[in-house]
Design a protein around this ligand. Sequence first.
Ligand code: ZN
Length: 562
Amino acid sequence: MTQSESPPRFADIAEPKPTAEGLAAAYAKVSADLDRGDVRSAVAAWEHLRRAYGTWSSLVHLRFAQNTADPAAKADRDYADILAPEATDLENAVKRRLLAEPDQPGLAPLVGAHALRLWESDITTFDPAIKPDLEEEARLSARYTELLASAKLSIEGKTVNLAGLGPFAEHPDRGIRHEAARVGWTFFETHAAELDEIYDKLVALRDGMARKLGYPNFIPLGYRLLRRVDYGPDDVARYRQEVLHHVVPLVGRLLEARRAANGWDRLRFWDENLIDPAGNPKPIGDHDVLVAAAQAMFAGMDSRLADFYRSMIDGGFTDLKNRPDKAGGGFCTSFPSVGMPFIFANFNGTHHDIGVFTHEMGHAFQNWESRHQPNIDYLWPTMEAAEINSMGLEFLTYPGIGKLVGEDAADRFRRMHLIGALAFLPYGVCVDHFQHEVYANPGASPAERHVIWQRLERKYMPWSDYGDIAFLNKGGRWQAKPHIYGSPFYYIDYTLAQCCAMQFWVKSRQDYRAALDAYIALCARGGSAPFQDLVRAAGLVSPFTEGALADVVREAEAFLGG
Ligand code: ZN
């Protein structure tokens, strides 16, 4: 491990390019240690190996995202995608051996009891027989990313990519919002055949891998790949029902109130993005202004947050500006041999830019706070817990958010954010329900999948009115959601985390300092326990507990009504 307390610089991070032969030789040494019964040395060498590999792999994927049109970055990513199944194979062999160690009680203090549970899950998700399928899955996912990053869209005399369409999609002028929807979805319509083909192949591949591993379909494998060791599809199905009963009617009422307030005859799809009738509050300035304002906001919250943020900015661990050929979206990635994470985003001048400092910073801060966790498996929690760290910070920045949006707009921003958080839930569970149906019926045709989506959309988002946007009227909305292509079953995690993050918000209104301290303590625990254990230890109620969602939604509705 090359961790130190003096903050590193991004430009200095480098790990040699691994080869299949080099990895095999390094793992043979780990194996030799185990043969000799020297478990402590084996575990230490293996940890070092995984961290170095993890740092290299993160760098390669980050550089591809920074410029998807760079042939060298693309070649490196292709190489990494081919090497990944080899590395997984070698890793799983060590996990199998450690799990078979006769001295299990002696092993737990060395590697962590929860790690053993994670590995039990991991070893059932891989077999060398699926290596070619994993490579093909990575290739198809990269193709989807490239396709979306290639969009060159004309609007209001400008050429923009999909991220650049954002300001037009929530423009106060209804005609411009409509045009943004038309232009954006026409891009998807133009590529409809390829989008269907990529997903069709991904579903068939994933179903095939599941069957090769002995599962009836991809659903149980998908859950295990996400390392969900403490809940299953039945719990998730019950949670979706809770959203249907407690959130869908409320969002319907909020949208109807917006329609009436604006004097529209009907609320169209392109009106859903304009949450504030006066225009969604915007950031107070561009990149440089926001970067400085965020420093002041964090300084007003906690010195640990402020110091960490400063070292990220000073060390060059951010890439926030939108530019051609950059992959869409925002994410936080990490370099486990270094300890410092990296934030990637595409600023577009809307309130989404603020989310980088309130959401992605939550991920980054958690990863930093967890850097002393004993093993790489604990540096990130499972995703539903990781999204509490990010979405929780969105709510905990409420008191200081005026620094990013202007003090006069702070109340309106908080209201917009809370409505957005509620309105997200029905869409989030719809995306999840759709994927369960897709993988339960892997033989469905692309046309049948569109019908499935339309049926679920009517259930969870009965207000959806797509007007003259043909692609959306044909059930195509899900095809713009990268998680459905690249990260199956991940999406529900945002909705589970939202239920927990909103509990932090409720607590912060009673005792801000106590809520912030509980949040920071949760961050430091990283992934050292399963989701529901982390939630309860932070003083929150598991979203799977009867009434948890209903309670928090009631608080939110009271806040919005009052
Ligand atoms: Zn996130």
